[in-house]
Design a protein around this ligand. Structure first.
Ligand SMILES: [Zn+2]
Length: 357
């Protein structure tokens, strides 16, 4: 996630200057946030009376038939391979080459798209129908200087690679494309260049931008909120997955509402007016798509509102909550599989007033 001081999500001094209108719009936005149902507590388990020390037996339900299951082992393999700074041209080429080789090994056709100062990597299936609608799963692969960027954003790249593996042979009405952006940390240069190529946007029905998926915090109050605003978060700890979308593409956003009790709770955040009055919600690669009227969501662990290692040397894989990381990736895999089936119309709704910039 790119940090722009004037955006100031979490920067109290900036937030103190937020106008009343800004606060009102955000309050309305956040009041409409929806969370997936929090699982009901399980009924108490009756332990056999023959021994007070017999542990209760945990019975896990088998995963639904046909649901593609992501692998935490594969995810962490990717994290290990990407566990280096990705700032210089050489660093970034190393990451890009790893992603490209991984995708090719799974049968994907990769292509590099150069722009002024970097290279985006795209991947599609060899038999992809060029006339079919496309679902993009995207993540940025660069990091800032001085950080290995495990959460920001090796986690998003690892998840995209794993989703490519589990959904690579899916035959559906829509086609899946993987896009790994360069230089998100340099003011969204890679995604901005990507959307300026009109052919890249042909038939794109929806975009999921994976932006930091591996971190949770579990002490009361560890989940920060923008000062002066009250977000109806699912709890006062940082254990939920946030999905940020624009109000003109609600079906895409609502597709992420999570119903499985064994996966992280999701908080869906519909943003009006393309975020023009809430720039804190524009800090990643979904933003250039919004301004091309293409439906896109940012999937995130909320970055520096939760993760104290954000943009620090300490942003390393050993800080991860592996269960959450796997669950967050599973949510994106499940949602993507559903979107690929094509039964959800993703065409944009009528633009709201005052959204033309
Ligand atoms: Zn960042």
């Amino acid at each position: 996630m790119v940090f722009q001081p004037w955006h100031g999500w979490g920067k109290r001094s900036r937030w103190m200057k937020v106008s009343g209108l800004f606060a009102l719009v955000l309050a309305l936005t956040l009041l409409s946030c929806r969370t997936s149902p929090i699982p009901e507590p399980s009924p108490p388990v009756t332990t056999p009376e023959i021994s007070g020390t017999v542990p209760p037996q945990i019975i896990q339900e088998p995963p639904p038939q046909g649901s593609p299951q992501v692998s935490i082992e594969r995810l962490m393999e990717h994290m290990e391979a990407l566990n280096h700074e990705r700032f210089t041209d050489t660093d970034r080429q190393q990451a890009r080459d790893y992603a490209s080789q991984t995708l090719q090994a799974e049968g994907w056709i990769t292509r590099e798209q150069s722009f002024n100062t970097g290279i985006n990597l795209t991947a599609q299936r060899p038999d992809a129908d060029p006339n079919a609608e496309k679902i993009l799963v995207a993540a940025h692969y660069d990091s800032i200087k001085g950080s290995r960027g495990a959460d920001d954003n090796a986690s998003g790249v690892a998840a995209a690679l794993e989703i490519a593996r589990v959904l690579g042979n899916t035959s559906a009405a829509r086609t899946l494309q993987i896009v790994l952006f360069d230089q998100e940390e340099a003011q969204l240069l890679g995604s901005s260049a990507y959307v300026e190529n009109a052919s890249n946007l042909e038939n794109v029905a929806g975009v999921s931008v994976l932006e930091m998926l591996g971190y949770t915090c579990h002490t009361a109050g560890c989940q920060q909120q923008p000062a002066g605003l009250s977000i109806a978060t699912p709890s006062n700890v940082g254990d939920f997955l946030a999905i940020v979308g624009d109000t003109e593409h609600r079906p895409l956003l609502e597709a992420f509402e999570q119903k499985e009790s064994d996966l992280p709770v999701t908080l869906t955040v519909p943003v009006p007016l393309k975020g023009v009055l809430s720039p804190m919600l524009l800090l990643s690669d979904h933003t250039p798509f919004w301004y091309k009227n293409v439906g896109a969501v940012m999937v995130t662990d909320t970055a520096f509102l939760r993760n104290p290692h954000y943009h620090r040397r300490s942003d390393t894989p050993d800080t991860f909550d592996r269960t959450f990381f796997q669950g967050a990736t599973q949510i994106v895999a499940n949602t993507t599989a559903s979107l690929l089936e094509g039964q959800t119309s993703l065409s944009s709704s009528a633009p709201e007033q005052h959204t033309q910039l």
